[in-house]
Design a protein around this ligand. Structure first.
Ligand code: HPA
Length: 273
């Protein structure tokens, strides 16, 4: 259970290791996507294993490291790798890392992840930005929290300005970026074909096992959120699709190349009007 003590301890540790200035933005990189931000200069790199409250241990395809440094004119904290609800049954698994972003001074966080697509026009290799989500899983990271702050409005969860900037960055690089409604699936088993058909009926465009708990936590603390997803497969049963973790990792690595171009432009232009 979340203790609420860890973020301050992490901040002390970061200062001990030479943390100097605050950051502008946090970026969480999902499976196979750790390399989407290139050339972080003067980087302070710390394995999650050294940071209390950060995801411990290993999931294949996930580097687990905090990298803080300069990209162009901006200060960036990269959370390379996440903990998913399915690893521990704890939807708050990313609470400490997100609270640390806040304490580091971030105003925004960009989440990245892989997803399965329900739309035939978005196939493996496509990139999409989340405009809204559906979470009917019963899982919420704010369960057990007391006080009125837990009643977080989710009407504009995915920040329209960040979305616009990411779209502009993608367009300037000639990279197509779809819009999607993201449906949270708790995993770790993939969906059944019937669940994918149900998700489509409900209005989802993509399904995934992350993003949503992190978005709820980030909104809880007033951080602006954007979520950028790599389509790694068609949803189970669509055109005979049988999703697998291997396929997810392989396709995410391919998508990372286009994502890197988007992020490069996005970060370079973030302090422009
Ligand atoms: N389902 C859920 N999560 C995913 C998928 C999927 O098909 N592909 C990548 N992440």
């Amino acid at each position: 259970m979340y203790s609420g003590q860890d973020p301050e301890r992490v901040m002390e540790l970061l200062r001990d290791r030479g943390l100097e200035a605050s950051i502008d933005i946090g970026i969480v990189t999902g499976t196979g996507l750790a390399t989407i931000v290139k050339e972080v200069e003067n980087a302070l790199e710390i394995p999650y294993d050294d940071l209390p409250g950060f995801p411990q241990g290993f999931v294949s395809g996930h580097a687990r490291r905090l990298v803080i440094g300069n990209v162009g004119r901006l200060r960036v904290a990269l959370l390379q790798g996440r903990s998913h609800y399915y690893e521990t049954g704890d939807a708050q698994a990313m609470r400490t890392p997100i609270e640390v972003l806040l304490r580091l001074g971030a105003h925004s966080v960009v989440l990245t992840s892989s997803v399965g697509s329900i739309k035939p026009n978005m196939r493996a290799g496509a990139l999409t930005i989340v405009t809204d989500h559906i979470n009917l899983s019963g899982v919420n990271p704010l369960h057990h929290e007391q006080g009125d702050a837990r009643f977080v409005p989710m009407t504009d969860a995915y920040d329209v300005t960040l979305r616009h900037r990411l779209k502009r960055a993608a367009a300037s690089q000639g990279v197509a970026l779809h819009d999607s409604i993201y449906m949270f699936m708790p995993g770790p088993s993939f969906e059944t074909p019937a669940e994918i058909r149900a998700a489509a009926l409900l209005g989802a465009d993509v399904v995934g096992m992350s993003v949503v708990p992190e978005t709820v936590i980030a909104r809880r603390y007033g951080l602006k959120v954007a979520a950028l997803c790599a389509v790694t497969n068609l949803g189970a049963g669509l055109e005979g699709a049988v999703p697998s973790h291997n396929e997810t990792k392989r396709m995410a690595a391919t998508a990372a190349i286009s994502l890197r171009r988007i992020f490069d432009t996005f970060i370079r232009t973030l302090d422009e009007p």
